[in-house]
Write a protein that binds this ligand. Sequence first.
Ligand SMILES: NC(=O)c1ccc[n+]([C@@H]2O[C@H](COP(=O)([O-])OP(=O)(O)OC[C@H]3O[C@@H](n4cnc5c(N)ncnc54)[C@H](O)[C@@H]3O)[C@@H](O)[C@H]2O)c1
Length: 358
Amino acid sequence: MSKKLRIAVIGTGGIARNCHLPAYANMDNVEVVAVCDILPERVKEIAEKFNIPAHYTDYKDVLNLNNLDAVDICTPNYLHSVIAIEALEKGLHVFCEKPDAMNVEKVEAMKAASEKSGKTLMIMRNNRFLTTSIFLKKYIDDGKMGNIYAGRCGWQRRRGIPGRGGWFTTKELSGGGPLIDLGVHMIDLSIWLMGNPKPVAVTGCTYNKFADSEDISDSKESRFGDRNTNGTFDVEDLAMGFIRFDNGACLQIEFSWASNVEKEKRFVELRGEKAGSIWSSDDDMLKIFTEEYGKTVDYLPNISNKAVKGGHEENLRHFADVVLNGEKPIFEPQQGVDMIKILTAIYESAKTGREVQL
Ligand SMILES: NC(=O)c1ccc[n+]([C@@H]2O[C@H](COP(=O)([O-])OP(=O)(O)OC[C@H]3O[C@@H](n4cnc5c(N)ncnc54)[C@H](O)[C@@H]3O)[C@@H](O)[C@H]2O)c1
């Protein structure tokens, strides 16, 4: 068996505790050598719970450890690029939670640092690892849907604001609301399925209508992030938009933490010349719509995402395989640059009321 990947997890909040650390505990080829969090009690408790030999409150101490191959960054968004760049400069491989960075300058600096160091930089794209996503990707890549020329995607929540008043709802710390938080997931999945066309222009609108509303939730997904009753809420709670690509394709988008819709839903709908598809969070739904012998035909693949849950563990396993065994990475840092260009331009369009060229 190949050597183990020695990794440190920085930030031990919701996603580290619920997804990353339990995933590493299942992996034979990864050893978590340290955890780090600015909250001393939290990091100590996590180290004990997951049997991790060392814990720190300053990430710089972690980057100086000499028994380390990689870091896994699970901090609030504003720290992703800061820690990733320092880690890459120290010769460490980097896995980082989404979103890649808060602006284009920072995401480009992350990509440049990875190229300069020759170390792997991978950002979480867990939805690509769902069974339904892998099936659909293969179906499209085999040419069965023909050219994909249009799509719609979104993640709409009726009530599900994460960490209200904390870093999630503070623009300076998060970069934005549901567009940057949830948009990364579904826009990435759509563009990946479409074959990574280059985005060329966007337009969008954002709204903030729930900042002073009751703090109620009907979404288990909104459990992330510490709340602060006297904190800030200066990000959007709904974003709508439209993306154009260099091959003429387009994508409509919609992301909300709170809006008056029927229920929470994640979806990617694609329109190809030979077939269309709906991928949705409803019962792991994947449906394909086509035409045969002069009749319209629906395909319903008998597959389920139960075994892979959110796809986080599979994404982390892939990272370990890329670093240890030279597996071809499914994620390229340029895709992160394109993603952050799209998101920041939608915010700009929402402000100016005009389409923004990328
Ligand atoms: N892929 C997914 O499905 C998914 C789901 C939830 C969150 N996330 C992402 O994961 C990241 C963390 O989100 P979360 O929900 O766990 O947030 P969280 O607030 O629960 O956890 C963040 C942790 O980072 C710690 N921290 C803050 N500053 C630090 C520093 N300088 N050094 C070390 N630790 C520091 C905080 O004390 C906290 O414990 C975010 O970027 C978020 O977008 C991804």
